[in-house]
Each structure stands twice: as C-alpha cells, then as structure tokens.
Design a protein around this ligand. Sequence first.
Ligand code: CP
Ligand code: NVA
Length: 319
Amino acid sequence: SKRLSGRDLCSIADLTVEEMAALMELAHAVKANPEDFRHALDARQMVMFFEKASLRTRLTFETAINTLGGNAIFVDQTQSPLGERESLSDMAHNIERWMAIMVLRTYAHDTITEIAACSKIPVINALSDLEHPCQAIADFFTLEERFGSAEGLHFTYVGDGNNVCHSLMLTAAQLGAHCTVATPKGFAPKLEIIHKAIEIAETTGGSITLMHDPVKAVTGADAVYTDVCTSMGFEHEATKRAPIFKPYQVNEGLMAHAQADAVFMHCLPAHRNAEVTDAVLDGPQSLVFDQAENRMHAQKAILLMLLGGAKRTTNSRNR
Ligand code: CP
Ligand code: NVA
C-alpha cells in the first residue's frame, strides 16, 4: 500500500513537534552508542541523486548508511537535471523496485516533492532551493549538545533568507527556540516559511522575529549563524550581492554584541572573509566542524526513523 506522506523528509514541516523531539533523542543515542545500531539497516539500499556539488552531505550520508549495515549508490546528476531523460514518475517507479530510500539534492524543490508524491519509498531532501532539512537537524542537535536544550535559546541567523535559513527557522520553532533573522531588504525568507514557522512556534513557546539590522539581531544571542550570500544556482548574482551583504558580515565586532559564551555556526562551505571572517570561523566560539561531524550522526537517526530500523522510535503516525 502507498507510503504515508509523513515518511518523507522534504521539509522540516514534514515532521511533527513530537517527531522532531524523538529524532533528536535518537540522534543523541546513536552518537553515544554507534555499535548498538551497527546492523540496524543491514543490506538496505540507499540511492542518492545530486544535481549540485556536495562534500559534507554526500560523505555523511554514505558513511551513515554504511555504518548502519546498509549501502549507498551515488548518481551524479550535475550534468543532466532530473526529469530530463525520463519523467520523474517513471524514474520513481523504477527506483522503488530496488531501493529502500532515496536522497535527492536538486535545484527545484518541486522535483523532490513530485518524486516523493509518486514513490512508495521514503524520499529525503538533501538540499533544494527551498530547504536543507538535514542541515538544520544536525545544527540544532549540535546546539542541544552545547546548551543542553534548544528550548528558550536565542538563535540568530544573519544573511541571505535562503534554503538553510528556512529549515533553521522551522527547526527552531519546533524546538521552542527564539529565532531572529536579519537579512538585507529583498532577501528575507519566503513568506510561506515565515508563516509556517510562526504557526509552529505558537505551539512550542518559541518565536520568530524578522528584521534588517544585524547588530540588533545579534545583541544577546546565544548562537549566531550565517551562510553564503550567493547559494549554488545564484552565482550570476554574486557581484550584485556582495556590497548588499557587506554590513551582514559576521566578524569579531558583530560577535561582540552576542552573549559572552555565544557560539558561531555555519553550514559550510564558507566564502572566507565574505560572510564571515577567518577570525570568527577559526576562533574559539566556532562550532562549524562539530556541525559537520554531527551531520553524520543526525542523518543516521533520520535514516533509522524513516526506515523503521530504530530501536526506539515514536514515529507511530507513520506505521
Ligand atoms: N553543508 C552542506 O550541505 O555541505 P555540502 O554542500 O558540502 O554537502
Ligand atoms: N545555501 C547554500 C548551502 C550549501 C550547503 C547553497 O544552497 O548553496
């Protein structure tokens, strides 16, 4: 019978607040005792189709499935977009006969939701133009490690209201954090994401605040996050964007407005000394390599949850 739609991870909003909490708990368990999960996904096959470059996402997904007993097959789609050689639905109806799960990195978010809608196996968004859910899950996992909990945490994102920003807003809302986003005018997050995040935050005691002033946004923050101002696929706008984003650079001067024990975060890859200075990126407050490591642990939890291989899971809605 047809897979229930909640078993895909196209958006953070595919998870309920309870499922997000369970996923975080599972990620902590997996990181603490990886051997307990060594055969949890024995012989399960995971296929990855990537239309864009990747270091972290590809290697952490492959490592995650391999160390759970499964296997990864990587298909480079950088030279031919999905849907070009055959229809997305024909593609999906082939893949579901062989594979247990599909991981997609695309330009258009609709490519992912369309494949998810017609395939019987779970689909994971490994970055689209709209969201980067696996990143945000790993990042808030990293914050939980550092601060004990994300609830009530003052989380500030400075820069482009992009895919990473969208998933961070939704995750912050689900975990009851206070999320402030400062972007230049014209680069705010998408309205549909803002509305969804506010709606979720109202149920968790979190909050979403949007502004244009980076100093005001960072003042009192526990965590300061930024990403490139020119994402993959927007390279032609790089020259136009550089001066607009200059006041949003995370440097020691801006970090001085945050809490004394504030952390700095970035999904990487960074454009060094553009959106963040070397001093901050390589400084004592930087969590960037912990974030990168945690991509692997968090994605193990995601795979376990979506494939039902978890020892403990509360993903009951999807049974
Ligand atoms: N942060 C992240 O997704 O990195 P990659 O683009 O290298 O996968
Ligand atoms: N916002 C960036 C994230 C890369 C991991 C991009 O989409 O290129």
